[in-house]
Design a protein around this ligand. Sequence first.
Ligand SMILES: [Zn+2]
Length: 229
Amino acid sequence: MTNNSIKQNVLVVAAHADDEALGCGGTITKHIANGDTVTVIFMTNGVSSRLNSSTADENNRQSAMKQALETLGVCNYRCFDFPDNQMDTVPLLSIVKSIENVITEFQPSIVYSHFAHDLNIDHRITHQAVLTACRPIKGCSVKKILSFEILSSTEWQSPTLPSFQAQYIVDISQYWHKKEQALLCYQEELRDFPHSRSLACIEALATLRGASHGFAKAEAFQVERIIVI
Ligand SMILES: [Zn+2]
């Protein structure tokens, strides 16, 4: 993204539809504006753990996801069907293999995914599976792995665990409105202020990350790996 002449393949691995918009919606749009190819994969349908969830709920989440991806400019996506909020019931190896297959197919150089110590179990397992699938062996396309922060999960982690470190900052001032539009597609997932997954709080975090580094709006990531060749 820093060099406009080199187009990159970017992979976003989200546990649930809305994590891509919450965690890196502005950065996705910025990559696309730079001519990069962005693929998003979703690990679960995001609703089946809910009380009385129905096929209609699943379809609603799917159509919200499609609208959000269209808003962000993403054409490539794939949905896996691991059990929502129960990814710990699936052997890690099958999750890793599904991500490895996507990596082999799309050869991303940058991967964005969840923070290791989020409160949400699917986020934690997705993180673990991504790091395993991206083992830095000879021939691996992945040179950069960045973890995003998801409000109402990253900041709700146990205080005994290491906190998210905002180490890698992407200026999304120009792209905030796209992120906001994508979030509005997931109206069902947003909460009223003062919940931390309210639009007001999501904007406040983007403003804090931005203004802490001299921008109007930013998204912050923790660096898991950067390999320079
Ligand atoms: Zn999630």
